[in-house]
Design a protein around this ligand. Structure first.
Ligand code: NAP
Length: 293
């Protein structure tokens, strides 16, 4: 175990000609191995990015977080990390709250003036009448949603931004819904897709680019960032199937397992269809992505 407080994986741009060190930001990313967190590095070529792996900086470890943040200071702390699988959260609520709520709360306490940006979810709503506006009242019905709403409350001290997003998709070694559908169809397995669960899917590059602007402009407060159009999981899977030219999507209904049905957010990022077209074209050209190194 690396000692808490040590600056790990310090990534500094190689070209420093005419480089204005005074304007360089130090940015901490917690969750930099994930679908969203792994895409920030190229967007901050003039800044210092510090991105410790989960094993070295653990949202569930209070002492580790406090020591690290007391010994290192940052202008910006991005927290795309978290316990992001709703089913795992249902199985281990204590851990879900430790990672998604208490850890971010400790970061807000120890931020030393840094701008803290926390990623939250449309699952803070009950899913009866989405997509949701910024004025809508949260009413989570799952452990994941409750733990993220509690994280939202705890992050609100000092300089903070909450970015609620939903159904993030990308070409990624992980198992987001686009990759789940694509892998199964290409490997000739049926894909069961809910025709009664709706959201406003979010293409990851548009999300991280908008987040990078928020960092640079130091925008604070609560924001919704997702694609601007709604679809069901079934419609999404059918679009992937049609672009791949492979059949095998089977419509089904969402189980009564407490997951919100009509979620999604009112927001302005590009429509999911554009993103799906771009990513499926990429997969057709390059094949399925390899595991992250
Ligand atoms: N994916 C979605 O559709 C979606 C929808 C709405 C909101 N969000 C929110 O958006 C954010 C980004 O989602 P994502 O899909 O990009 O996430 P992801 O791919 O699941 O990545 C999660 C990241 O969190 C890290 N992590 C997990 N436990 C940790 C811990 N105890 N301490 C430190 N790091 C830990 C993981 O590291 P390891 O892999 O090393 O464990 C990974 O880097 C999350 O906050 C999520 O709640 C996501």
């Amino acid at each position: 175990m690396v000692k808490a407080g040590k600056v790990l994986k310090l990534i500094v741009p190689e070209t420093t000609e005419n480089y204005d060190h005074a304007s360089m930001r130090r940015i901490l990313i917690i969750g930099a191995s994930g679908q969203t967190g792994s895409r920030f590095h190229p967007l901050f070529p003039e800044d210092q990015i510090v991105s410790p792996p989960h094993a070295d900086l653990d949202l569930a470890n209070e002492n580790n977080l406090r020591n690290f943040l007391r010994e290192n200071s940052f202008q910006t702390i991005l927290i795309p990390g978290g316990m992001t699988d709703p089913a795992q959260c249902e199985k281990d609520p204590q851990r879900a709250f430790d990672i998604n709520s208490r850890g971010p709360g400790i970061i807000a306490e120890e931020a030393q003036g840094a701008h803290v940006i926390y990623f939250s979810t449309d699952y803070v709503f009950n899913g009866k009448e989405g997509p949701y506006s910024l004025e809508a009242i949260p009413d989570p019905i799952s452990v994941y949603g409750r733990s993220k709403l509690e994280g939202e409350k705890r992050i609100q001290r000092g300089k903070w931004t909450i970015i609620r997003t939903c159904h993030i998709f990308s070409v990624d070694p992980g198992n987001n819904f686009l990759m789940h559908v694509t892998r199964n169809l290409l490997e000739k397995r049926p894909v069961y897709a809910y025709q009664d669960q709706y959201s406003t899917p979010t293409e990851v590059e548009s999300l991280v680019e908008e987040t990078a602007k928020i960092v640079r402009e130091e925008r604070v407060g609560l924001l919704h960032l997702s694609g601007k159009e709604t679809c069901s999981r079934y419609e999404f899977a059918m679009e992937v199937s049609s672009l791949l030219g492979v059949e095998g999507v089977v419509p089904t209904f969402c189980p009564e397992d407490g997951r919100p049905r009509k979620v999604g957010l009112h927001s302005h990022l590009p429509s999911w269809k554009e993103g799906v077209r771009k990513h499926v074209a990429q997969i057709k050209e390059n094949g399925l992505p390899k595991a992250r190194t």
